[in-house]
Design a protein around this ligand. Structure first.
Ligand code: SF4
Length: 334
């Protein structure tokens, strides 16, 4: 079933990213030929992201956040749906498709060391994308690399050094510089601070926010850390077992979460002003994406589940405000 489009309050900014009914399904086989079914990593996701906006995508490990991010960049093949980047639907597959997308959208990965080539100097790592996209001659390339180093708070003369000569936080600054040097309109950040020491996470988060405001780039911020998305994001989408279950302005998600799953996530944030506030404990484990329960996929863990949740269809979105919607049978008819 195609997911209903959520109406977002009209802001006079164009959509940089529009995803419609996106699916990433993996066939799972036993033996050599027997097909058992599909692992539905992403199943009918519809989202939009406006120029200069920061959208947070949250959910437990394995809910499909990273697969969704990689599919936007063409790093994993999609099974259906549409991805529209900067007004153009991306259809080309393989290297050509990735190159086309990389001009508009770049990615910052969780592990900065693993995402930098250890044999390349920082200058080569930053100059490579400019060369690949034919964006500058060698002299101008050198100038732009040094300028980007300054922007991310690193010394320009460090371009001759190798990744192992930097700290974890400095390496993530290099990755951010590499993502921004081709002047993308969207940067997908997949857990960009979770591999870093707590002491430098705030520096990287503030750097991303400063660069977003200075360059007007849109951010898709993937994180399991609700504190990070609360600090950074204009809007938040909550994902569970491959589907978006709630989406809204950050303030709506944090002060009036509507979906029982979102309520449990928010309740798990320690509140120093109210230490007695209880956490909503979920029953059991997240079901396998290979064997999803019928009806609402959250029903085995939901303490408010009704027969309709187990036997009925997947709940459609209920609109709660111009910017807020959630998928739950309890909200239908409100
Ligand atoms: Fe819980 Fe039912 Fe709502 Fe799903 S639809 S979140 S099972 S109440």
């Amino acid at each position: 079933m195609a997911e209903s489009m959520i109406k977002i309050a009209e802001v006079e900014r164009p959509d940089i990213l529009r995803i419609e009914d996106l699916r990433v399904h993996y066939p799972v086989r036993q033996g050599y030929s027997f097909r058992r079914g599909f692992l539905k990593a992403v199943d009918g996701v519809t989202l939009n992201l406006k120029a200069g906006e920061c959208l947070g995508l949250v959910g437990e490990s394995g809910c499909g956040k990273s697969t969704l991010a990689q599919s936007i960049l063409g790093l994993v093949p999609t099974s259906g749906g549409r991805i529209i980047l900067d007004g153009r639907e991306v259809v080309a597959a393989g290297r050509a498709g990735r190159l086309e997308r990389a001009r508009v959208a770049q990615m910052v990965f969780q592990d900065p060391f693993a995402s930098l080539n250890p044999r390349h100097t920082v200058g080569q790592s930053l100059g490579g994308p400019l060369k690949l996209h034919g964006m500058a001659d060698p002299a101008e390339r050198h100038h732009r690399v040094e300028e980007m180093m300054r922007k991310v708070g690193l010394r320009p003369d460090a371009v001759r050094r190798y990744p192992h000569e930097f700290s974890g936080g400095q390496r993530q600054r290099i990755c951010i510089a590499r993502a921004l040097i081709v002047e993308p309109k969207l940067v997908v950040c997949d857990e960009p601070v979770s591999a870093l020491d707590v002491s430098i996470r705030a520096q990287i988060i503030n750097l991303l926010l400063e660069l977003k405001n200075e360059l007007g780039v849109a951010l898709l911020m993937i994180s399991h850390d609700l504190g990070v998305v609360e600090h950074m994001c204009d809007r938040i989408a909550v994902m569970y077992l491959g589907r978006i279950v709630e989406q809204g302005h950050w303030n709506e998600i944090f002060t009036a979460p509507a979906h029982p799953y979102t309520q449990s996530l928010i309740s798990a944030i320690p509140d120093p002003m109210n230490p007695a506030a209880g956490t909503i404990r979920l029953r059991g484990e997240t079901p396998s994406a290979l064997d999803q329960p019928p009806g609402c996929a959250f029903n085995p863990r939901c303490d408010r589940a009704m027969p309709a949740c187990r036997e009925g269809s997947i709940p459609d979105f209920s609109t709660l405000s111009a910017t807020h919607a959630a998928r739950c049978h309890l909200l239908q008819g409100l």
